[in-house]
Design a protein around this ligand. Sequence first.
Ligand code: AMP
Ligand code: MG
Length: 349
Amino acid sequence: MELHTKIFKISPDNISDVIGECAEIIRRGGTVAIPTETVYGLGANALDPIAVKRIFYAKGRPADNPLIVHVASVEQLGHLVSEIPAQALSLMEVFWPGPLTLILKRTDVVPDITTGGLDTVAVRMPDNVIARELIRVSAKPLAAPSANISGRPSPTSAAHVLHDLEGRIDAVIDAGNTCIGVESTVIDMSGKKPAVLRPGYISAASIEDIIGEVEIGYNDHVTEEESVPRSPGMKYTHYSPSATVLLLEGSHDLVQDKIREMYNDFTYRGARVGLLVTSTGLLSLTNDMFYLGSKDEPEEVARNLFLGLRELDERGVNIILADGSFNHEGVGAAVMNRLRKASEMIIRL
Ligand code: AMP
Ligand code: MG
C-alpha cells in the first residue's frame, strides 16, 4: 500500500509543532524517519510489534536482523534491560548521548520482532535534540535502523531517505545533513568479555581507555550465510550502490596511479567509470568524480562517504573506483569497514 509521506522541514520556530505531530504518528504505530548525529534513522515504537513490522516492511530488511532501540533517558532504558553491568554504565556515562550502541540482556517488555528473537537488545541514546525530543514527547523508545532500503548506502540527508522510502513511510523530519555520516559503534556488553561488533565514530581504543581490553568481534567482510555471526547483520550485504565498487588500498601514490590506469582501461572497454577519491590530483580525468575529503581527515571522509556512493549512482556510472588510501585511524576504521563491505573486489597494492 502506498502511503503519503509527510515531509517536515525543521526551522527554529516549528520544532515543537513538528515533534508534537510526529509523536502522534509514533503513538499511533506509524513510522517517522528522524535525523540523528550518525545517519537518518527510521523510527517506530520499539514496544509495538506491528509498528516495528512496518520498519522491516518499508526497508525490506531481513526479519532476523535486530534493530537498535533509541532511548532519551536512563530511566526509560531501565524497562528494557534486565541488568546494566558496571562497565556498561561507565561507557554510558562517558559516551551517551552519542554514537555508541550497547548490547545488553533484555526484559520481556521488548518484543521478539525488535530483537530478532535474541535474548539481548541493542540500545543507544542519540546525540540529536530532535531525536531525543521525539522519544521524550511520544514517551516511546524508538526502534530505528538506518532509513534506507536494506543493502543500500545509509542516508545522510532527508533527500536520501525520500529517494529510498517515499510512499513507504509516514513521515520524515528534515533537519539537514547528519554530522558524523557513519553508523554507531556497536559493543556487546552482555557476555563475559566486551566485544566490538561494529566499528563506528567511537574507536575501540577510546573504549579501552575507559573499561580496559575489548575483543574485536567483527571483520570487514560479509560473513558466510550458513554461519552464525555474533551480530546477525554481519551476514548481509550493506551500504552498496547499484554500481560495482572496486576498492583500492595501499600507499596514497600507488593508489592514485592505479586508479588512473584502471580508469583508462575500463573506459576504453566502454564502461562508464566514477571515481570516489581523496586526492584532487585526479580532477582532470573525469567529471564523474566525487571528492570525499582530504586523506588526512577521516572525519571529513566519513561525512561524505554515503553521499558520494549515492551521487555517483545517480549519475549512472557502472563502476566506482574507490580510493582507500586515507588515514585508517579513529573513524577511518569505520569508513574502511563500510567501503570493504560495499565492494565487489578489494585491490591491495
Ligand atoms: P542498523 O540498525 O542497520 O544500524 O544495524 C544495527 C546492527 O546492530 C546490526 O548489525 C544488527 O545485527 C546489530 N544488532 C542489533 N541488535 C543486536 C543484538 N541484540 N545482538 C547483536 N547484534 C545486534
Ligand atoms: Mg543500516
